[in-house]
Ligand binder design. Structure first.
Ligand code: SF4
Ligand code: SF4
Length: 497
């Protein structure tokens, strides 16, 4: 069937092109070819994913990729996206898959929240001259400590040198090189990376144990007692911000021999994660799984429960804390994904800003906030977002998409194809080699370092010298351009008040 879609991108090539064919070699989607009969490069706009790999690597700077200027007659009801989704589904009869977080223009609350700074009284602090503490402890903490408690020992906690962790990205969804880079960067930065649901390659376990969070998801891939003990914490993944309420599907083409061995499944078979955990249908069931994991890890590791931010998230969080979780990770609707149905990604869930604030306030109201730390993820784009998330009640944040961008991702949203030009979201050995592990790790370390410096600057400006003092400190925030109900949910005043 001939496609009736317009190409998404238009590629133009300037006269400076000397037909070196670098673009042909760089493009993993087969856009560029050399036509010997005409001695010229030609491009197939229809194949272009807009990943920009060719434009970056063209030695002559000859390539320009733009959104295609062709358009359908403007219609307020029928946007180009709606028209083309229908055409696409009429051609395939299938669900439209996509990757990355939602690109829809939902309100990004971070951009409607302003930070405070000290003036005159409570002077600001210069982080270059005075100590500034970003060390963060995640886990269940006692309301108070007596000498006998200290002798008996307290619950295990994760210690982070900076309040940022890399969020779950599984080996299989991302390449071995990307997975390794995250592990190396986490260990060098004094924080943690998360295996996601794909298991932990055996050869990496001893080296990165102290900086790994191992995940247990509904597919239960690669899970045994040794795996559960191969990290510093265990995360039970109930939901993901990009696709709340549905499972996952890693196509067989991405299940290489090594991915298969790590996931404990046959090579080349689809790895399907069911929507629910088949042993969790109530808070009591969750409590039993948390207890079982604590038992098998000798009560030495905090247990995290990760959920997607959905409508009644504060009540859900309350149940999770009462089920014995030490840390709750909340993933907002702008969180990334390797593959998700577009209809789910763009229509299900709520933004992390609203979710984290309502959970923090509910747990405080119920007097159980100290029993559980909160990690906020799904939409953290910069150091200011980190500061605002913590002031809204998070203890720390997960960063995923920002980490991928640091490694070279251009948000082309084609992760589900397995053809990532940047070697991040692929199992193709040739493409994977494009990602230099050491360089990618250094980029990640640099990103965390840069953000940590900026966080210290912002804290110092507020006259705060420890990140702990910022947690839930909504007095440092003001809303701008928000409705009354939004200010209420966030628990902040409007600017000028
Ligand atoms: S990489 Fe640039 S110079 Fe080389 S063939 Fe492609 S467009 Fe021409
Ligand atoms: S990881 Fe690769 S395929 Fe996925 S959005 Fe980024 S550049 Fe595109």
């Amino acid at each position: 069937m001939r496609s009736l879609l317009l190409p998404e991108f238009t590629i133009s090539r300037s006269d400076s092109c000397d037909r070196c064919r670098a673009c042909e070699h760089q493009c993993s989607f087969g856009v560029h070819t050399y036509d010997a009969s005409q001695d010229m490069m030609i491009s197939d706009n229809y194949r272009c994913a807009g990943c920009q790999r060719c434009a970056v690597f063209c030695p002559k700077g000859a390539i320009e990729i733009r959104p295609t200027p062709s358009f359908y007659r403007p219609n307020a009801s029928w946007s180009r996206e709606r028209i083309e989704d229908i055409k696409r589904q009429a051609e395939t009869g299938g669900v439209i898959l996509t990757g990355c977080g939602s690109d829809k223009p939902f309100r990004i609350y971070w951009d409607h929240i302003l930070l405070n700074a000290s003036q005159v009284t409570n002077p600001s602090i210069d982080p270059l001259r005075e100590p500034m503490e970003l060390r963060t402890f995640l886990g269940s903490k006692p309301e108070s400590l007596s000498l006998s408690d200290m002798e008996a020992g307290t619950d295990p906690v994760l210690t982070l040198e900076t309040p940022m962790l890399f969020s779950a990205m599984s080996y299989g969804a991302i390449s071995y090189n990307a997975f390794q880079a995250l592990a190396i960067a986490a260990s060098r930065s004094g924080t943690f990376f998360n295996t996601g649901e794909g298991g932990m390659p055996a050869e990496m376990r001893s080296q990165f144990k102290e900086h790994t969070i191992v995940q247990v998801a509904s597919g239960r891939f690669g899970i045994d007692a040794e795996y559960l003990n191969s990290g510093a914490a265990v995360e039970i993944k109930i939901g993901q911000g990009a696709k709340p309420g549905i499972g996952g599907h890693l196509p067989g083409e991405k299940v290489s021999q090594h991915v298969a061995a790590t996931r404990m499944i046959p090579e080349g078979t689809d790895a399907i994660s069911p929507a629910p955990h088949h042993d969790i249908y109530s808070i009591e069931d969750l409590e039993m799984l948390i207890s079982a994991i604590k038992e098998v890890t000798n009560y030495e590791k905090p247990v995290i429960v990760k959920v997607a931010a959905v409508h009644n998230i504060s009540a859900i969080a309350s149940g999770i804390v009462r089920a014995g979780a030490d840390i709750i990770a909340i993933d907002g609707m702008r969180g990334g994904t390797g593959a998700a149905p577009k209809a789910i990604r763009d229509n299900v869930g709520i933004p992390i800003e609203l979710a984290v604030s309502s959970v923090d306030r509910r747990l405080r109201d119920e007097g159980i906030r100290e029993r559980c730390s909160i990690i906020a993820g799904g939409g953290i784009r910069c150091s200011a977002d980190v500061v605002k998330a913590i002031a809204l009640g998070a203890d720390a944040v997960y960063i995923g998409t920002a980490a991928l961008i640091a490694m070279g991702c251009t948000l082309c949203q084609r992760c589900y194809t397995g053809r990532c030009s940047w070697g991040i979201c692929t199992q193709d050995p040739g493409l994977m080699r494009r990602l230099n592990v050491e360089e990618a790790a250094q980029r990640l370390v640099n990103l965390l370092s840069a953000w940590s410096h900026e966080i210290k600057e912002m804290l110092g400006g507020m006259g705060i010298n420890a990140i702990e003092s910022l947690r839930g400190n909504r007095d440092q925030l003001r809303g701008i351009g928000l409705h009354e109900w939004e200010l209420d949910v966030l628990g902040i005043k409007g600017a000028g008040e």
